[in-house]
Design a protein around this ligand. Structure first.
Ligand code: DGJ
Length: 691
């Protein structure tokens, strides 16, 4: 809902529980009035006439209050917008008016030939505010040194705490929380992709718990380099500004008639604690971001850990037969099926099946997989090339490089310049051809190195490559999805290196981490769940001991229950699993299919975080509740605590589908559910149905 004051200078956007209010002063300063619990227009108007504090001339009353601080004038905060022309630098805008259409509010400003429009939208039934900015140049060339998507203003409070998700390869999305101090905390990526190191999300609270208290969150929808800066200003006010690009040295130049639209930076206020904020983010993504989120994702098998590069059609058929017998629904051939790709040293870029490995192309294997009742998927890494490839030999200038400098190889590969139309066209032809020649249902789209030599010798403004590469990626994905609507896409970047709201709006799931150790995964998944729903979080059961990471041995039970917290997959070498293991796995896959709608579409409650002892997650959908519980280590023979469940009706009874036992809702809520775990690395699934 949008309310607008009579003078057209105050606006209030409201969702089911929250409101967001802004005001343009008579000096054309755009101020944030409110972000928090629901208010009405009269409240916003009362806030609008409250005078700004008076400061000595060493501070600016605008700082910490403006919606989109520009460079120039009485401001000392980090600017969200920094531009320069041949004549001058900075912005001094005039307010031109607003438009409101289809729930979207647009506030229009102008500085000479540059039109700056701030966009606001609260998608239906959510408390998420989507913000972005359009810059339209109708004058002489303007260089955009920095153009953030939004700046968010928090209310005055005594002490703020910052939550963030940090990591590295094999250890993504780990949650940390720390008190803010004066100055800035800056997170981001200067790697060309979203990165394993930080997810583009922050949350701020003062005293929230998992289920209580105010939490402000912001998440950026951008899959290239990015930056979010959280600033605690001298008067302790806090603002968060963020957008595409790591530094302030230039995104793009806009010639006359050109425009640039920033990615969306979404913000959410919740008073339901960290859990309530996460559920609100999940509901928003399922309803407004993820394509077809009401369609549950199938159980997949992926061949990577089983075979790595040593693959053949015969061996993939053998894996497929075992996977099908286990109840798997989607069989994915990972790396190594194309060109001369028998190791990571060659073949990337040459997207035709390796004739020694797949003499008849991929179709015979795809048909076999379909004949077994499964969907068929393939791995690709379109944005990359090995120097030892036909593509690179033919087009050495298609990669990102700086003339006269070394071309840095990571994993023996270079990054293609997707800002180039000819590169995009080549990739389109290759991928469209692949999807047309074999009945492919699923594409795992990988990205296995960062940008290092982001240059473009023929372009007068090579910096634009950072932004245009991402736009090129999005355009390719959009075009492929439109031409092959039945094909699902997974975003992967050496595990979780490209997970953000931008890529999630055009992919069906993400590869969470290359770390498939089921214990490490609990922490990674705990962090992931702060912002993204289980519906997109792919998780595989692999071999024990875990060969990829740490040699940790764990039971099939523990591995399955860990992976069942998201989109279940299997990634072990099934040709080496015993008959008993295959039979047990079949049981787990069957159980997962039974709980899948609740896990993938339900509301998620983190009952206990993974901190060494018992941890658990509860999912609730309608009358059904699923609890997944894991015990890392039982200490001193102490009994494992009961799990107090959430979101049940205290007056109702719930039947446990495993044991037939009937529990009273009030008892489960107040005294808890006993899950009977013991020893080390034990796990349980409990299904409850309201009677
Ligand atoms: C990195 C991915 O995360 C893995 O799952 C696998 O696909 C390899 N790349 C293949 O090179």
């Amino acid at each position: 809902m949008l309310e607008i004051s009579e003078d057209g200078r105050t606006w209030v956007l409201s969702g089911p529980a929250s409101s967001y209010a802004v005001h343009v002063t008579d000096r054309d300063e755009l101020l944030n009035l409110h972000w928090g619990p629901r208010i009405g227009l009269a409240d916003a108007e009362a806030l609008a006439v409250r005078p700004l504090p008076e400061y000595w001339p060493f501070e600016s009353p605008l700082d910490g209050r403006e919606e989109y601080p520009v460079e120039g004038g009485p401001r000392f905060v980090r600017p969200a917008l920094s531009v320069r022309t041949a004549e001058r630098r900075g912005t001094e805008w005039l307010f031109e008016g607003h438009d409101a259409e289809d729930g979207e509010l647009r506030l229009r400003f102008r500085d000479g030939g540059l039109a700056v429009t701030l966009h606001y939208r609260m998608p239906s039934s959510t408390d998420v505010v989507e913000r972005w900015v359009t810059l339209d140049n109708r004058g002489p060339a303007v260089e955009l040194l920095r153009a953030d998507s939004a700046t968010w203003t928090l209310p005055d409070r005594d002490a703020w705490r910052l939550s963030q998700l940090h990591g590295r390869w094999g250890a993504e999305s780990r949650l940390t929380r720390s008190g803010l101090t004066h100055g800035e905390k800056v997170i981001g990526s200067r790697r060309g992709h979203t990165s394993h190191q930080h997810l583009p999300w922050v949350a701020l609270d003062t005293d929230a718990t998992e289920e209580r208290g105010e939490v402000y969150g912001c998440a950026l929808g951008w899959s290239g380099s990015w930056r979010i800066a959280v600033a605690q200003l001298p008067d302790a006010r806090v603002q968060i500004t963020g957008g595409a690009g790591w530094d302030d040295s230039g995104l793009l130049t806009l010639g006359a008639g050109e425009s640039y639209t920033t990615p969306v930076f979404a913000g959410l206020w919740s008073d339901g604690g960290f859990g309530g904020a996460s559920r609100a983010w999940h509901a928003y993504q399922r309803a407004h971001v993820i394509p077809d989120a009401n369609r549950d994702r199938p159980v997949l098998f992926n061949s990577w850990e089983a075979t790595e590069f040593d693959i053949s059609e015969v061996q993939q058929r053998a894996l497929a037969e075992r996977a099908a017998a286990m109840g798997v629904e989607l069989f994915v051939v990972d790396d190594g099926w194309f060109g001369a790709r028998t190791s990571d040293r060659a073949g990337l870029g040459d997207w035709s099946p390796n004739p020694d490995r797949f003499p008849g192309g991929l179709k015979p294997l795809a048909d076999h997989v379909h004949g077994l009742g499964m969907q068929f998927g393939i791995w690709v890494e379109p944005e990359m090339v090995n120097p030892d490839s036909d593509l690179y030999r033919a087009h050495p200038d298609w990669v990102q490089y700086q003339p006269g400098r070394k071309r840095t190889e990571f994993r023996n590969q270079l990054v293609l310049n997707l800002a180039r139309e000819d590169v995009r066209e080549y990739l389109w032809e290759q991928l469209d051809g692949l999807l047309s020649r074999a009945p492919v249902d699923y594409v795992k789209w990988d990205f296995n190195r960062c940008f290092t030599d982001a240059g473009w010798p023929d372009d007068p403004y090579p910096q634009r490559l950072w932004v245009d590469h991402v736009h090129g990626l999005y355009a390719l994905l959009d075009r492929l999805r439109a031409a092959h609507p039945g094909v699902a896409f997974e975003s992967c970047s050496g595990g979780g290196g490209r997970i953000d709201l931008g890529v999630l709006s055009r992919t069906d799931q993400v590869w969470t981490s290359d770390n498939t150790d089921p214990l490490d995964r609990l922490a990674i998944q705990h962090g992931f769940s702060q912002i993204h729903p289980a519906r997109v979080m792919a998780a595989w059961v692999t071999d024990s001991p875990n060969a990829m990471l740490n040699q940790r041995a764990s039971s099939l039970r523990f591995r399955f229950v860990s992976a069942m917290a998201g989109v279940l997959g299997v990634g072990g070498d099934l040709t080496r699993w015993t008959r008993e293991e295959l039979a047990e796995a079949r049981e787990w896959v069957g159980l997962y299919k039974g709980i899948r709608p609740v896990v993938q579409r339900g509301d998620q409650y983190r009952l206990r975080p993974p901190r060494g002892g018992l941890s658990a997650v509860q999912y609730v959908l309608g009358d059904e509740t699923v609890v997944l519980a894991w015990l890392q280590a039982q200490r001193y023979g102490e009994p494992v605590p009961a799990l107090r469940l959430r979101a049940l009706d205290p007056t109702a009874s719930y039947e446990c589908l495993e044991t037939g036992e009937v529990h009273r809702g009030a008892v489960l809520l107040h005294h808890g559910l006993r899950v009977g775990l013991r020893g080390d690395l034990d796990a349980a699934v409990v299904r409850l149905k309201r009677k």
